[in-house]
Design a protein around this ligand. Structure first.
Ligand SMILES: [Zn+2]
Length: 216
């Protein structure tokens, strides 16, 4: 079973991918990781990619395809979770070909959907205890005693610099721009399944499992 997992930052994609790796033995294939691994291992494709990158050029679709073919052979039918690939229609067609050549196919494109305003509220409201790391939220999870950590009693809190509205909105826009070219390609084939990424993590997991098990 091979799938593409899509979702903007904050939708819980990493959590779901890690869970599928642990529970089903699937392997997450992200192009960045694959490229780094191939270069480090010095595989034929890795050496080619290294030369291109050292020349300051972009790694071509042909090299990326060869790399994915190499990885698909290495994971030997365990089931791939494609992450960050394909990005274009040409890459989507190349992926179909790579899978067909191996007697496999892409079963599902699962998109973790988010309500963007709610996601912004969720992310920008987060803060945590500076001493013990206990997580809090301005609206949904304030300390019981104002300004005092429930767990350790510390009165110091911190926020991540990236958890601001502008950064979150920019990332959401980047995500939409990246997926826009490939979603129609998979919609035409009836492969796209949408899951509410705003639901509690166990519900998201159950919905993803139902799709993979053919029960939804
Ligand atoms: Zn604390």
């Amino acid at each position: 079973m091979n799938i593409i997992l899509l979702g903007p930052p904050g939708a819980g994609k990493g959590t779901q991918a890690a869970r599928l790796e642990a529970s089903r033995g699937m392997v997450q294939l992200s192009t960045g990781d694959m490229l780094r691994a191939a270069v480090a291992q010095g595989s034929p494709v890795g050496l080619q990619a290294k030369a291109v990158m050292e020349a300051g050029e972009l790694v071509s679709d042909a090299i990326v395809s060869a790399l994915i073919g190499e990885r698909l052979d290495a994971i030997a039918g365990k089931g791939a979770i494609f992450d960050g690939y394909p990005r274009t229609r040409a890459q989507a067609e190349a992926l179909d070909l790579l899978l067909t050549e191996r007697g496999q196919k892409l079963e599902h494109v699962i998109e973790l959907e988010v309500d963007e305003d709610a996601l912004v509220e969720r992310i920008t409201g987060r803060f945590s205890c500076a001493r013990c790391g206990a997580p809090y939220h301005d609206k949904y999870n304030l300390p019981k005693v104002d300004g005092t950590c429930d767990v350790c009693g510390s009165r110091e809190f911190k926020r991540r610099p990236d958890d601001n509205e502008e950064t979150v909105r920019t990332r959401l826009a980047e995500y939409r721009a990246k997926t826009a070219p490939i979603l129609p390609y998979y919609e035409e084939r009836g492969l796209v399944r949408r899951v509410d990424g705003m639901a509690p993590v166990e519900e998201v997991a159950a919905a993803v499992d139902a799709i993979l098990d053919g029960a939804a």
